[in-house]
Design a protein around this ligand. Structure first.
Ligand SMILES: Cc1cc2nc3c(=O)[nH]c(=O)nc-3n(C[C@H](O)[C@H](O)[C@H](O)COP(=O)(O)OP(=O)(O)OC[C@H]3O[C@@H](n4cnc5c(N)ncnc54)[C@H](O)[C@@H]3O)c2cc1C
Length: 382
């Protein structure tokens, strides 16, 4: 990662930079914000404490779906759909080279039921989805086992949904950062510790190594750590942990995403089979645990028994930034002019990254407010 140069070696207590904008956080959201700002002529510094795509953005499942999630059915359905369209356009516009290809692809999902209550709920879901023009249907056992023969016997129905997309979230985020650098954005290692506000306006941000960056514009794209920066109000955002286990499995099955009882399994373009996940409140603990592994493996082998005993290629654990109402917080802070939030996208941060970036740019440059549902104004004093 590049480091901001003060022109006098490493930043010191006296070292000060001046820049048009600072983005705090080099996850998918921060990188997308920096890219969109740069595409509109605002070249920012991005401050990252770990590495680009080191946190949730590097280790997400990478699903882009509009048919489920917070605010669905409801006002978020349209927003998620538009977000998928933005990803398709972005992929076409940037034309990734093979080494930077984040492999955007359509995927089909199967949600399984082995009892009448679940089957009835899936039928209702499929009906709602069709009424909203999603490609969804309820299928019976014959079709289920024809599609995925490794599913254990006893499934009575499944919803088959052909409206989702997936990408590799690590490569996607790195590619955003590469594109930023090509446009002149600089990435710096450091922890933003506080923002300084003068006369109601953002004046500077301060880093852990005592460097200071003077700037009139700060975008906090910090994931769940947003409230650890002095001067930024406490946002109602919590870290919700998840874990994904990548398994080595021969063959070519599990091309569909197969879900049951909250677990999900699917084969990725590199041939590995991913198994996940859970949503646990464990504070800021990102450790991989035996408890997490057992939970996931017990869950996925309960419906695909042949996943038992496979070699684990890699296990990742990370934290979703989840707002108290499950909807992102994007817009201007009322704590200071020039302070913006692009945060709290929960389980949809990869999907929403480009949308959140566009909302910030529209607000900063054209005073066009993001959709009310994501506005910080729905909470008091942030
Ligand atoms: C198991 C799992 C599966 C998921 N699957 C999907 C999926 O299929 N589809 C989807 O859309 N989303 C998914 N998500 C959610 C998605 O990963 C997140 O919503 C998204 O990555 C959040 O991006 P972000 O940029 O807001 O946060 P992050 O990726 O967490 O990035 C924030 C960055 O800010 C940095 N930072 C924080 N504070 C400071 C500071 N003070 N100074 C400097 N740097 C700082 C952090 O180090 C971090 O790198 C999943 C999440 C998990 C855990």
């Amino acid at each position: 990662m590049m480091r901001i140069s003060s022109g006098r070696g490493q930043p010191t207590m006296q070292s000060t930079q001046t820049t048009d904008a600072v983005v705090i956080g080099a996850g998918a959201v921060g990188c997308a914000v920096a890219l969109r700002l740069a595409q509109h002529g605002i070249i920012s510094h991005v401050i990252e404490r770990d590495h680009i795509a080191f946190n949730a953005s590097g280790y997400a499942w990478g699903g882009l779906s509009a048919h489920f999630g917070s605010g669905v059915p409801g006002p978020m359905t349209k927003i998620y759909r538009e977000a998928i369209d933005k990803h398709i356009q972005h992929y076409e516009q940037v034309s990734p080279e093979a080494s930077h290809d984040w492999q955007l692809q359509r995927i089909t999902s199967l949600s399984l039921a082995d009892d009448e209550t679940t089957a009835t709920a899936l039928a209702a879901d499929a009906e709602w989805m069709r009424s909203e023009d999603f490609d969804a249907e309820l299928i019976g056992p014959n079709e289920i086992y024809e599609l995925e023969s490794s599913i254990r016997p006893g499934m009575i129905a499944a919803s088959l949904i052909n409206s989702g997309w997936e990408l590799d979230s690590y490569t996607y985020t790195k590619a955003l950062a590469d594109e930023c650098e090509r446009l002149g954005v600089t990435f710096a290692s450091g922890t933003a510790t506080s923002v300084s506000i003068v006369d109601g306006k953002i004046n500077s941000i301060n880093l852990n190594d005592q460097a200071r960056i003077d700037t009139p514009l700060v975008v906090a794209a910090t994931g769940p750590w947003v409230s650890q920066i002095d001067g930024i109000p406490e946002l109602p955002i919590k870290p919700i942990k998840g874990e994904i286990i990548r398994l080595e499995r021969d063959g070519n099955d599990l091309q569909n995403r197969v879900g049951f009882s909250g677990f999900n399994v699917g084969r990725k373009p590199d041939g590995s089979v991913w198994a996940g996940t859970y949503e646990w409140d464990r504070g800021f603990n990102r450790n991989i645990t035996e408890e997490g592994r057992n939970h996931i493996m017990n869950g996925v082998t309960s419906y695909i028994p042949s996943l038992t005993g496979l070699k684990t290629i890699k296990t990742t654990a990370c934290l979703r930034p989840v707002a108290s109402d499950g909807i992102p917080i994007v817009g201007a802070s009322n704590a200071a002019d020039g302070l913006y939030y692009a945060n709290g996208a929960g389980k949809k941060g990869i999907l929403l990254s480009l949308s959140m970036a566009d909302w910030i740019v529209d607000l900063v440059l054209n005073d066009i407010k993001p959709p009310a549902i994501v506005s910080p104004a729905r909470f008091e004093n942030i």
